[in-house]
Design a protein around this ligand. Sequence first.
Ligand code: ATP
Length: 203
Amino acid sequence: MIKKAIFGGTFDPIHIGHIHIAYEALYRLKLDEIVFMPTGNPPHKLKKYVTDGSLRYKMVKSAIESEGKFTVSDYEINRPNLSYTYNTLEHFSKLEKDTKWYFLVGMDCLMDIQNWKRVDDIFKLCQFIVFNRPNFPAFTKESIKRQKKKIEDRYSTEIIYLNAPLLDISSTTIRKNMREGRRVDYLLPENVSDIIEKFGLYR
Ligand code: ATP
């Protein structure tokens, strides 16, 4: 059976922290493909800090081009407003019925999963692969273990914990550093830096 993971995010911009964790998941879990899924444009009133979907998509596409098992989907950015994870998973599992779907997320997301739309069904459609986030002091070994067990029991699922080293980088820090005129090129794939430069992003 083909094993694919969806890796959703704003990716504003995509950075080497994202690529690194995606590669760890690909390699360690022997996945066939990781589908990067940039989120859609938020509704008008929330929009002010998010770069347009087409540019975020372009950055992801160029960031992953050297890894044949990484792909990017424009499914969410082509839909009006933000998509629910449930709808995206439902779409892809209908499209590829013989694929085993995984969903790759940071621990920060798992902490508030109870608030997601149709969370019971989400766990029927895919298996979660969760990794820790650096710089989240609340996520101790114990709290992660507790939350993982709680979700597993509640939704009759099994969560894969990806115990990989992490790079302490965030898109927020990159945007902030750029506004302050600091260099960020070593935190980004070269192609992404080129696109940022070309379109004058984050100035
Ligand atoms: P922002 O700072 O704008 O919130 P971000 O860097 O956290 O952005 P997102 O696009 O929101 O990036 O994240 C997409 C996914 O990547 C999420 O599951 C998030 O947990 C994960 N992620 C973000 N940064 C890292 C990192 N340095 N290492 C591993 N995973 C990360």
